[in-house]
Write a protein that binds this ligand. Structure first.
Ligand SMILES: [Fe+2]
Length: 532
């Protein structure tokens, strides 16, 4: 390698690491308890109309960012950086592979500068040390050959497991959908189907067969380690591009916010309950599009798909969104897991949090409505109708006429989407993807290790996903409506918000009695919403 190419790399790497650290430092948690007055409705237009360089028409985004969310300076800067990416790309062909020792590879890319920026941000924001970004922790299931059986039961990929139809002991990950999109020719196609069998005590799952581009591979076959890596690559590709980006940000987040802004006035009781979990979404989605989805953005640089394959994947899979996936019990029932007898720590973790959301939403709604009143509230009916129209597969409200309990379930799903699901499929990947050798985001046909420019992009992209946002665990009392005709209700609403915080704090303390685990979702780590 010549001196010139090394120098070029030093300059471009220094530049983009510096930009990444500035992004981290400039992002501050927003006040999510100030409901803005409504000015004009949110009109949704095809993504490609707003960003002609991105051929995705199935998704819609706000034509204009609402006035209270506008960050003209930040958007201008992101547009400039998207252009800068074309002039001085963070990528440099021919870079060597990362170090064989994963900790060495990590320490080089997740530099002292990155870590210092985290500490400076924590001190500037007087952050609870529990909310600081910890250095990535290697999950036990990624030590050595990835343990797919454990990864199927806990952590970000637990949501893929389903029972094989008609079988009691067999389970599967079906990630074959990803075979439909073009990928880069020097990489293995990021799709797989994994068949698991529960052991006789139902204490664990063991992979029995992986079907992928290599054929049908079984444990003991020479290609088994490679097939395992391809399967994990498929899972993480789908999680990052579909579950996190397309479903949580672009479908769930964008449409939830648009419907709420269009149909619930700022002094509507339901708006007050939902506001902290959606404000900022339109602006932050636009910024993320500019950084990640533009040609030569993070997604194209990191994952295996070609740019057209990536855009087709996002376009097509947006139709597969279902709000049911934000309701752990309903989701597990649908996947045939509720009576499986398997240990499902992520499911139990998620269900516990969801039940707190549900109880909170119902307590709050019953302060303002009887079942009869809620069924007749025209704003709520219009809000639900718009969500049902925009969200593929609707809201899943089965109850007619509407009741407080049924609406509380929908509200809990939306809060879950913005907090738990966003954490699980976005920020939690920090502890998984950065161990790039055992947990590959791409698998090279010539068996080479991940080049250092791709790895640096992966580290920086995950770092920015972990910027500090408004915490879920905070005081929402300011959202309680002041009603001249009902002075008794404001303190009761404040008490409902306080109870929510207490319940989450109690769960946090309970979870802290056990050793910290990278797969666990802690209330203190959750954010009120997805906005950056
Ligand atoms: Fe995100």
């Amino acid at each position: 390698m010549s001196l010139i190419t090394s120098l070029q790399w030093m300059i471009r790497n220094g530049l983009w690491n510096g930009i990444t650290r500035i992004k981290f430092r400039k992002t501050r948690p927003q006040d999510v308890t100030m409901v803005a007055p409504r000015r004009s409705p949110v009109t949704l237009i095809p993504l490609t109309d707003a960003f002609p360089a991105i051929p995705v028409s199935g998704l819609r985004i706000a034509e204009q960012v609402p006035h209270d969310e506008r960050q003209s300076g930040a958007e201008g800067m992101m547009r400039f950086l998207a252009q800068l990416c074309a002039w001085i790309s963070p990528m440099q062909a021919g870079r060597p592979g990362i170090a064989v020792n994963p900790q060495q590879a990590l320490d080089k890319a997740y530099s002292r500068g990155h870590r210092q920026t985290v500490l400076q941000q924590a001190s500037a924001l007087r952050l609870d040390p529990q909310r600081m970004l910890r250095p990535p922790a290697l999950p036990i299931e990624l030590q050595g050959l990835p343990d797919l059986g454990t990864l199927a039961l806990r952590g970000p990929y637990a949501g893929y497991l389903r029972r094989v139809q008609g079988s009691s002991n067999d389970f599967e990950w079906d990630l074959q959908e990803l075979s439909s999109y073009s990928h880069q020719p020097d990489l293995y196609a990021p799709w797989a189907h994994v068949l698991f069998r529960a052991d006789s005590r139902r204490a664990a799952l063991h992979p029995l067969r992986i079907r992928c581009e290599l054929g049908s591979i079984r444990p003991g076959d020479a290609n088994w380690p490679l097939a395992t890596r391809i399967a994990l690559c498929a899972a993480t590709t789908h999680t990052a591009l579909v579950r996190h980006w397309t479903w949580t940000h672009m479908v769930g987040g964008e449409y939830f916010s648009a419907a709420t802004r269009n149909h619930l006035a700022p002094d509507h009781a339901l708006c007050r309950l939902l506001w902290p979990h959606m404000v900022g979404t339109h602006a932050s989605n636009r910024l993320a599009i500019l950084g990640q989805l533009m040609p030569e953005g993070d997604f194209e640089a990191i994952y295996s798909l070609t740019y057209s394959g990536l855009c087709q994947l996002i376009d097509k899979t947006s139709e597969h969104f279902t709000l049911r996936s934000c309701d752990p019990e309903e989701d597990a029932r649908h996947r045939g897991l509720l009576d499986s007898g398997l240990p499902m720590p992520t499911f139990s973790n998620c269900r516990r949090i969801f039940r707190l959301f549900q109880a909170h939403a119902e307590r709050y709604l019953r302060l303002y409505f009887t079942d009869e009143e809620i069924a007749l509230d025209q704003s709520i009916r219009s809000w639900l109708a718009e969500l049902d129209r925009w969200l593929p597969n609707g809201t899943g409200v089965a109850s007619t006429p509407l009741t407080c309990a049924a609406l509380a379930r929908v509200v809990a799903r939306l809060i879950y989407l913005a907090s738990v699901q966003h954490e699980q499929f976005g920020t939690q990947l920090w502890n998984y993807q950065l161990w790039a050798e055992t947990h590959p985001v791409r698998v090279y046909r010539n068996a080479r290790r991940l080049p250092e420019d791709v790895y640096q992009r992966l580290v920086n992209s995950n770092y920015v996903l972990n910027v500090v946002r408004a915490p879920l665990l905070q005081d929402y009392a300011r959202l309680a409506l002041a009603e001249p005709g009902r002075p008794d209700r404001q303190p009761r609403a404040e008490a409902v918000f306080a109870r929510f915080r207490q319940d989450l704090t109690r769960l946090q303390r309970k979870m802290e009695r056990k050793p910290w685990a990278p797969w666990a979702l802690y209330p203190a780590d959750l954010e009120a919403n997805i906005n950056a």
